[in-house]
Design a protein around this ligand. Structure first.
Ligand SMILES: Cc1cc2nc3c(=O)[nH]c(=O)nc-3n(C[C@H](O)[C@H](O)[C@H](O)COP(=O)(O)OP(=O)(O)OC[C@H]3O[C@@H](n4cnc5c(N)ncnc54)[C@H](O)[C@@H]3O)c2cc1C
Length: 471
């Protein structure tokens, strides 16, 4: 079998070696042509089309250790797949040995301690589902099909970020298989340098097998959902958005976006495909209070659709899943903002009006709150001056439309970049973003991360990621 080495050399692995690996693992080993291989190989973004030489679908920590040992023995290039949602396709690599964590999806909730232990192959929805039984939630993202591992290791934000910080800020500990195939605990008491690095420095330091999340009282019922208007109302809606967001209590998170209306049943049929603006809101505190807080959104102008209502928190977490299917082509550009200026709103509207695909959007996510109050060094997710995330989110279906859609996103990005804090979210970076963007995402933390990398992975075994090189 032909594989790639860590440094890109071709390696011919004898069949008896592969058979030996199969004997040692509980989970299956897949090669091209095997049932399930393509499901593992492919990632959310169809722009990424890579072919690992083999996939080990790990069933537990012992399998992960065996795989790391095997990869080290044979100097194989290793890649790790969590939910496969990384837009740059960092979970997969040509000729690599892939560790597919998607069979490791257990979640255990300690209700008394308010901690959930989740295996690293979980999707966000797995954690929401198990924690909400107890009226508890972890700080996770907006789409329930995203992997917890990549999201948490890169920072992570969602409806609860304004109350408790980046997802990474709320992690209590992680279990990690290191480059020398040992299992270690990373927490504030044990291997605290590794723990710090993992909370924003990506998968650079080992294979994470489990994550302990601090849980908070949320729901089960919250006020959440969407209100939409025709794009002609955008100036007024954006004014409303800016004012409400600036005054919002931490329990309220507001997102606004412009895009062609999808064929959703809650939107008037004659509006499908036409440009709209919408506000997505979640009030994660008391529902009665939430209804009062979101009332100005519901009563603004003449909405063409309104599904902002009381609903289970776990349902809100799934509400947008259908808008981001696996297998479409995606290209994003993103910046952090400290505020939303009126001139930026004008550019937002202008670039929304030239969206070349029915699936693309321009989006403001509100994140300001708890994360701004933590010390810059609390975790490498950092960016403590960020209060909004601006995302130019290109999404389309056919390869022949790549150029038009990428050009649109890049043009819009160039135009809005002057409003950035200078920081950007590492987990929203596309494959063409280089080391300058790593610096923009991790800032001063990069030096400390490189030192941690040198201690824990001096040979850069874990390199199919936003790679931090050992010193
Ligand atoms: C539709 C969509 C919605 C999103 N929404 C949000 C959001 O609301 N909030 C937010 O913060 N982000 C969001 N993101 C971004 C998301 O955080 C990143 O895409 C993240 O990388 C996804 O994690 P994953 O496990 O699915 O990634 P993968 O593609 O599987 O992996 C990403 C990286 O993490 C590494 N990795 C994965 N598992 C492990 C492991 N167990 N140990 C070590 N390294 C590992 C991989 O090697 C790779 O380098 C969204 C992305 C998408 C596509």
């Amino acid at each position: 079998m032909k594989l790639k080495s860590l440094v890109g050399r071709d390696i011919d692995l004898k069949q008896d070696r592969v058979d030996d690996l199969k004997m040692r693992l509980r989970g299956p080993v897949l090669i091209p042509g095997d049932v399930g291989y393509d499901e593992s190989r492919t990632v959310w973004n169809a722009m990424i089309d890579k072919t690992p030489a083999m996939v080990a679908r790990c069933l537990g920590v012992a399998d992960v250790i065996t795989c790391v040992q095997f990869a080290r023995e044979h100097e194989l290039l290793l890649c790790i797949k969590g939910g496969g949602h990384n837009i740059a396709g960092l979970a997969t690599a040509d000729g690599a040995m892939m560790l597919d964590m998607s069979f490791m999806r257990g979640v255990w909730v300690d209700k008394k301690k308010r901690v959930a232990h989740a295996q690293a192959g979980c999707l966000l929805g797995d954690v929401d589902c198990e924690t909400q039984i107890h009226g508890l939630a972890a700080v996770l993202g907006f789409i329930s099909l995203t992997g917890i591992a990549g999201l948490t290791l890169g920072g992570g934000f969602g409806y609860l970020t304004r109350r408790w910080g980046w997802t990474a800020d709320t992690v209590m500990g992680m279990d990690v298989v290191t480059a020398d195939a040992r299992v270690v605990r990373a927490s504030s008491d044990e291997n605290s340098d590794l723990f710090w690095g993992l909370r924003g420095g990506g998968g650079n330091f080992g294979v994470v097998t489990g994550i302990d999340y601090q849980l908070y009282e949320v729901g089960p019922e919250v006020v959440g959902g969407l209100v939409a208007w025709p794009a002609s109302e955008a100036p007024g809606v954006l004014d409303l958005y800016r004012n409400l967001a600036e005054e919002a209590p931490p329990e309220l998170t507001l997102v606004t976006f412009m895009r062609p209306a999808p064929p959703a049943p809650w939107l008037a049929k004659d509006m499908h495909g036409k440009p709209i603006i919408a506000i997505l809101a979640c009030y994660s505190g008391n529902a009665e209070e939430g209804e009062k807080v979101v009332a100005p959104i519901k009563s603004f102008g003449k909405p063409i659709g309104d599904i902002l209502a009381r609903r289970p928190y776990a349902q809100l977490q799934r509400l947008l899943d259908g808008t981001q299917p696996k297998g479409r082509r995606y290209y994003w550009k993103s910046e952090y903002l400290a505020q939303i200026e009126p001139t930026l709103c004008e550019r937002f509207i202008e670039h929304a009006s030239t969206i070349p695909s029915p699936h693309s959007a321009v989006i403001f996510f509100q994140i300001g709150g708890a994360l701004n109050h933590l010390n810059e060094e609390h975790s490498p997710a950092g960016n403590r001056d960020a209060r909004y995330v601006l995302n130019i989110a290109g999404s389309w279906e056919r390869a022949e439309s790549d150029k038009t859609n990428i050009e649109w996103a890049r043009k819009a990005w160039t135009d809005v970049k002057p409003f950035s804090t200078g920081g950007t979210y590492i987990n929203f970076q596309t494959a063409d973003e280089g080391s300058d963007r790593m610096e923009a995402a991790l800032g001063k933390g990069l030096q400390r991360l490189a030192e941690i990398k040198t201690t824990w992975d001096p040979e850069n075994v874990f390199r199919t990621n936003r790679n931090i090189k050992p010193l």
